[in-house]
Design a protein around this ligand. Structure first.
Ligand SMILES: *Cc1c(COP(=O)(O)O)cnc(C)c1O
Length: 426
């Protein structure tokens, strides 16, 4: 089957042919390729084309596809059963590995997706604070639970929905939208509503890469303290990605709760939320906040997480290497763009990179939306033709993996040079 035939067949049985909307290439046009397999830095389609993969499953694969250590730990775990629905030692082991890396976290609970992690963190935060109001930031994405689908970023941005159909207004009436990096917008909400929780991506990765300002985040912490709200740092993407300690090295801000996902599962469905014991002990069975999951703490998924984090602990130079490659890439992209007369804003946080076709620095969602998405679509298609797989949307973050070399990065930069020249010469 060709990619085209396989995608047509997928569309017959699956809405839009995909199980997560951004995969459908809606904002860049064309159709997605259908994956046959992947290895290291590369992903291959069913027609035999090879692509250098800067998506890496949207973040989880910090060591690249088919990392041998993670694979082997999964193979071993599978032999002992796929799921128990009862406590196993792997859960405690992975929990202790994360808790020991974060001063803010005393207890942690595992779930199977980032969506569940943020939804559950908000529930326990509200249960602890005993106030219903929630503040989220425009352009930040925290998964697809009802209360958070208020002008969400990522896939929802791409599809131009201010919010999702099927979400009753009653469900989002306690969700207040603030402007990223704008402390006044937060203060106004605090002054006018009873706020129990604030959720933020300290390094936003779902409107493109937009890190928060250190001063802004510090002031946000102060407002939460002043008004008695729980501060949730959503590090589902940035956790073990921006650094071994997520956003921590970039900010001097204590979190009440932190959410994780992506890298902590090494490619398996694992996510988690954790924080101060005083808050986490509000969860059932000890407390009154209900939260559960049939496959939560799945032994095979835990094994992949343990292997992934062990490897991170044993690779002291990992993030330095990934950051150098990320910088090399965006510098190369920027030069190529500028040489063709195209304005580009770039940023890097550890293994995360972002670039906007934008004249001005991007500090919030409105700024991001001023980017040239038509140009991005053209660039995306050209890069794909040249064997480089970038996110099919201007409003996503790119990921470097340990399997990438300088030669891989230079291959992508050369492709970008050609792409910009071709676009310029129309
Ligand atoms: C990916 C992501 C989520 C949602 O995680 P899923 O596993 O896709 O449900 C939540 N928050 C952030 C910051 C993310 O990047």
């Amino acid at each position: 089957m060709t990619n085209k035939e396989a995608f047509a067949l997928a569309k017959k049985y699956i809405p839009g042919g995909v199980d997560s909307p951004v995969r459908a290439f809606g904002s860049v046009g064309g159709e997605p390729f259908i994956v046959k397999n992947a290895s290291g830095a590369y992903i291959y389609d069913i027609e035999g084309n090879r692509y250098l993969d800067f998506i890496q499953s949207w973040g989880p694969l910090i060591f690249g596809h088919c990392d041998k250590d993670i694979e082997n730990s999964v193979f071993e775990a599978v032999k002992n059963g796929l799921s128990y629905g009862a406590p196993c030692e792997n859960e405690t082991k992975l929990a202790s590995m994360i808790v020991s890396e974060f001063d803010d976290i005393e207890k942690i609970r595992f779930v199977s997706s980032g969506t569940e992690a943020t939804m559950s963190a908000i529930r326990v935060a509200r249960g602890y604070a005993k106030k219903d109001g929630l503040i989220k930031f425009e352009g930040c994405y925290h998964g697809h639970s009802d209360a958070l689908l208020v002008k969400a970023g990522s896939g929802a941005t791409t599809y131009g929905n201010a919010s999702s159909a099927g979400v009753p207004n009653d469900v989002v009436k306690n969700t207040h939208l603030a402007i990223y990096n704008d402390i006044k917008s937060v203060e106004n909400i605090f002054k006018n509503h009873q706020i129990g929780a604030v959720i933020i991506e300290p390094i936003a990765g779902n409107m493109g890469l937009v890190p928060s300002d250190a001063k802004f985040l510090k002031q946000l912490r102060e407002l939460c303290d002043k008004f008695g709200a729980v501060l949730i740092l959503d590090e589902v993407m940035s956790g073990f990605r921006a650094s071994k300690h997520g956003s921590k090295p970039f900010y001097d801000v204590k979190a009440d709760l932190i959410t994780f996902g992506k890298v902590i599962g090494g490619g398996m469905p694992v996510a988690a939320f954790g924080g101060r014991a005083e808050i986490m002990d509000c969860l059932s069975p000890d407390g009154a906040v209900y939260q559960a999951g049939t496959l939560s703490g799945n032994p095979v998924a835990m094994a992949a997480g343990i292997a992934s984090l062990s490897k991170i602990q044993n690779s002291p130079k990992l993030y330095e290497k990934l950051e150098n490659l990320a910088k090399r890439l965006v510098d190369g992209f920027k030069n190529a763009a500028n040489n063709a007369g195209v304005a580009m804003q770039t940023d890097v946080r550890g293994s995360m990179f972002g670039f906007f076709f934008n004249e001005n620095p991007v500090k919030n969602y409105d700024d991001a939306l001023k980017s040239d998405t038509k140009l991005y679509a053209k660039f995306h298609r050209k890069m794909l033709e040249k064997g480089v797989y970038l996110a099919p949307s201007q409003f996503e973050t790119g990921f470097i993996c340990d399997a990438m070399s300088e030669a891989d990065i230079d291959f992508a930069i050369n492709a970008a040079k050609e792409a910009f020249l071709e676009i310029k010469n129309g």
